[in-house]
Design a protein around this ligand. Structure first.
Ligand SMILES: [Zn+2]
Length: 396
């Protein structure tokens, strides 16, 4: 094993061994090894929460280092959700990424997965999940099966068949992780884009279309064709090119009628983009008014859907003005944020006495003729007792 091993390989190998120690501490709580370490280094916490500052012991520091390797590579299986931190831990069932990417909700930095579960019914709190996470991630979470009984969360090693950690698996993980670093950079980039989309001064329906366009999940003809829902993918407008997302809302020749009438979008003829997310990133970096851009994309997409379903729709040369007007109207109305935004904004402070703290706020969705209401009730430790986010149709 040691022949030809570079320093980096040795480091990985050492880390993999330390991780094995940590894995044993996490899983075999009957051993003397566990009892000694527990008593000495983490009497009041679990190993997962333990911090280094309490000791100068080399052995202990090494174990903590191993634990961090485990936390990096292992995945959580959701039991009661009490050990899993929503934004810090890996727990989504998909292959990659297994960490939550939706922007973190202020005041919920340390929140654990159990606050997303209704304790009475042992089901996901759908309204809360929809309010906090981006649509795709919310779906992902709601599909995680929950145990009927209160069971503990458990860690498993996803890259191995028997789901248990071994030194060899750990070593391979650390070695791949060097490559994985590039994936992490890509992910950081993605998180940055998400945050910007969510910060756009637009209604949720607009943000939603932008977000889906960035993730290539709008039902463009190319996407429908790939899923074998339709048999051809040619753009209905120009009938010259295939209609992928970028073509549908940006590069189609006929959209000169929309993008061509406002000087802000002059770069359309000069700059080439390979995907909508690349275009969106460029807009955020270079444009003073990404919200107007977002409104315009939404209007184009909306018009395209209406003309495809043969409903009444505006002609293309009206779209630019229409988008501009809706954007101006939205700005002027200063519509209250949607419940998902409100959760993020709310400033919460723990209470000193035995009492419940209730945060609530409302929102008005003028176009959809409905209102939204969001309420979160917490105890003095900040644990969520109950929450709701709902839409109420307007009474005439
Ligand atoms: Zn076209």
């Amino acid at each position: 094993m040691a022949v030809g091993m570079g320093f980096r390989d040795l480091t990985h190998f050492n880390d993999a061994l330390l991780a094995k120690q940590a894995w044993r501490l996490l899983h075999n709580k009957e051993t003397l090894f566990y009892k000694v370490f527990k008593a000495k280094f983490f009497p009041n916490h679990s190993l997962l929460e333990a911090k280094e500052i309490t000791s100068r012991s080399y052995a202990w520091k090494s174990i903590l280092h191993g634990r961090d390797v485990i936390l990096d590579g292992a995945c959580w299986r959701v039991g009661n959700g009490k050990s899993i931190k929503i934004w810090q831990h890996h727990w989504l069932p998909q292959k990659h990424p297994t960490k939550v990417l939706s922007p973190m909700v202020e005041t919920m930095e340390e929140a654990t997965v159990d606050c997303l579960i209704d304790e009475g019914t042992r089901m996901w709190n759908v309204a809360m999940i929809d309010g906090i996470f981006a649509p795709q991630e919310a779906e992902e979470i709601k599909n995680i099966p929950l145990a009927r009984k209160d069971t503990k969360d458990s860690l498993f090693w996803p890259l191995k068949k028997d789901r248990r950690y071994s030194c060899k698996a750990g070593y391979r993980f650390l070695k791949d992780d060097e490559v994985g670093h590039q994936v992490a950079v890509q992910q950081d980039h993605e998180i940055g884009l998400w945050k910007k989309i969510w910060a756009l001064n637009c209604p949720n329906k607009v943000r939603n279309v932008i977000w889906r366009a960035c993730h290539n999940s709008l039902p463009s003809k190319c996407n429908l064709f790939r899923r074998r829902i339709i048999s051809e993918q040619c753009c209905d407008r120009c009938k010259a090119e295939n209609e992928d997302t970028l073509h549908a809302v940006w590069s189609c020749k006929l959209l000169d009628n929309v993008w061509g009438v406002n000087n802000s979008w002059n770069f359309r003829n000069l700059q080439c983009f390979s995907s909508f997310s690349e275009l969106m990133a460029w807009i955020f970096d270079h444009q003073r008014n990404p919200a107007l851009f977002a409104f315009t994309v939404w209007s184009i997409w909306h018009q395209r859907n209406q003309s495809r379903s043969q409903s009444a729709h505006r002609p293309l040369n009206f779209i630019s003005q229409w988008a501009h007007d809706s954007w101006a109207e939205f700005k002027a109305l200063k519509i209250a944020p949607s419940p998902s935004r409100l959760v993020r904004r709310t400033w919460w402070k723990p209470q000193v006495h035995e009492m419940l703290k209730i945060n609530f706020d409302g929102a008005i969705f003028a176009e959809e003729k409905s209102s939204g209401l969001g309420v979160i009730i917490r105890d003095r430790k900040g644990l969520v007792i109950a929450s709701m986010a709902t839409r109420i149709p307007q009474q005439l």
